[in-house]
Write a protein that binds this ligand. Structure first.
Ligand SMILES: NC(=O)c1ccc[n+]([C@@H]2O[C@H](COP(=O)([O-])OP(=O)(O)OC[C@H]3O[C@@H](n4cnc5c(N)ncnc54)[C@H](O)[C@@H]3O)[C@@H](O)[C@H]2O)c1
Length: 442
């Protein structure tokens, strides 16, 4: 191990004199930037989206979960600088990569963002820099994709520069666990890479969990998300069976949850959404093919979760039919389009699939979401819709309201009172027995 470079870097980090660069000012990068600022670090944020950069430079947040005041104080004090000029990449001592890792149309890893970022870092790499990938990806990304590019500069890993992987576990909207309270798994390509990355994260996170290699850390993140995906699929499948059997799955889960060991509750819903759980497992199934291995659980969970919006739509159809109404021309209000409660993110949200299916069947679809005033273009869908104000008049005009996202600020008792029919995918109507005739669980 070259003690000079790594010890120099660690000293600088521990004295909080290291300049930290963060690439990608999104749901992951922005909270990370603020955490470093709070601990007294000087930060240089990078993003390709110049509009986002301009807004952040004015101290304005573009995410509901982050108030502008948290950003503006650091911008004003000069601790936080943000740029879209990647020629500054030689300045930071530590660079954290938080760029998107979506799927292509063919459901394969879309690594263009990591690739472009790696090329930009490579073009400005200097001795003594620590590079950490935080984006979720398959085991091997750090060492097979990033390392060769950085070594092509002639600089030597573990001696001249350091490379690590530390997966992000950010949970937007989670009020119980802030960034600093969520333990951070940290690995490095060499021992000095790991040592320097650990020293950096110790400055901002209460508990750092070292692991032996980037591949272990990469698979750890995927295991966490696959675990959720598979368990959500399981309860979603059981929900459909329980419905056929005339059993309330929510009551079953509540009862099973009283077991003090060996059971963790997962809850059914309208399908799976968000930037992580529906996407990340496919990074592993794709990589598994290289090893002649089929990841059956991932495949099956994917199939079940993708089928749930169809199930929800079939329940809407049945409920309308019961009321002698057809879906064609029916006015349907979708309540909540965000992929989960109290967030302003609708990426991969099952609401989009449900709305699309309803429209294709001839329904007139409106939506209300206090967090999403209008729907931007999505990977698979384009709706030209704005959130309708939630009023008694609107609810009276509808043939059905469908609770897709259980945002806390909506009064569901009031909704059920005024809507002719409520399709509930989140069990928000659990205590509204009085209105049972109007409620269909889906
Ligand atoms: N959102 C979450 O809750 C969450 C949680 C854990 C892990 N992750 C993972 O973290 C990574 C980032 O996710 P996110 O939700 O923050 O994404 P995001 O889309 O919110 O943010 C990514 C940012 O990167 C920018 N960007 C794109 N290409 C760039 C480039 N070449 N150089 C610089 N900036 C670029 C985009 O403009 C955007 O601002 C993904 O791998 C994701 O799977 C996300």
């Amino acid at each position: 191990m070259n003690t000079n470079k790594v010890d120099g870097l660690i000293r600088k980090v521990e004295k909080k004199k290291a300049l930290v660069g963060v690439i990608g000012m999104g749901y992951v990068g922005l909270p990370l930037v603020l955490r470093f600022c709070e601990e007294g670090f000087q930060i240089l944020g990078f993003d390709v989206d110049s509009k986002k950069v301009a807004k952040l430079k004015r101290g304005k947040s573009y995410l509901k979960s982050i108030p502008s005041s948290r950003i503006s104080q650091f911008v004003r004090s000069g601790r936080l600088n943000i740029t879209d000029d990647f020629s500054h990449l030689s300045q930071p001592d530590c660079i954290l990569i938080c760029v998107p890792t979506p799927l292509t149309e063919k459901m394969e890893p879309d690594l263009q963002y990591i690739q472009k970022t790696t090329e930009a870092i490579r073009d400005h790499l200097r001795k003594g820099q620590l590079i950490v990938l935080e984006s979720t990806s398959y085991p091997g990304t750090t060492e097979e994709l990033i390392l060769p590019q950085l070594e092509s500069t002639g600089l030597k890993i573990g001696r001249d520069f350091f490379l690590a992987y530390s997966p992000e576990r950010e949970d937007p909207g989670n009020k119980r666990f802030g960034t600093h309270q969520i333990p951070k798994v940290v690995s490095g390509v060499t021992l000095s890479c790991q040592k320097s990355a650990i020293s950096l994260y110790r400055q901002i996170i209460q508990k750092v969990v070292p692991v032996s290699s980037p591949r272990v850390a990469e698979l750890t993140k995927l295991l966490e998300n696959i675990y959720r995906s598979v368990n959500i699929a399981l309860v979603n499948e059981l929900k459909m069976l329980a419905d056929r059997m005339g059993i309330d799955i929510w009551e079953v889960i509540e009862a099973a949850s009283t077991k003090p060991f060996g059971f963790s509750p997962f809850y059914p819903g309208p399908g799976m959404g968000g930037h992580c759980i529906p996407i990340d497992p496919f990074y592993l199934s794709w990589k598994a093919r290289e090893y002649d291995f089929t990841t059956k659980f991932i495949q099956l969970a994917g199939e079940i979760n993708v089928s749930i919006p169809y199930y929800v739509v079939s329940k809407i159809l049945d409920a309308l039919n019961e009321r002698k109404k057809s879906i064609k021309g029916a006015k349907i209000l979708i309540l909540g389009v965000a992929y989960k409660k109290d967030v302003d993110d609708a990426r991969e949200s099952p609401a989009l699939a449900i709305m699309d299916l309803l429209q294709k069947k001839g329904a007139i679809v409106l939506y209300h979401d206090p967090y999403i005033p209008s729907l931007p273009p999505f990977r698979k869908y384009l709706f030209k819709l704005k959130s309708s104000p939630l009023t008694e008049r609107l609810l009276h005009r509808m043939d059905a309201a469908v609770v897709v996202t259980d945002h806390s600020q909506i009064d569901y008792g009031w909704v059920v009172k005024h809507a002719p029919l409520v399709i509930d995918t989140r069990n928000v109507t659990k205590d509204l027995k009085r209105w049972e005739r109007k409620i269909v669980k889906a």
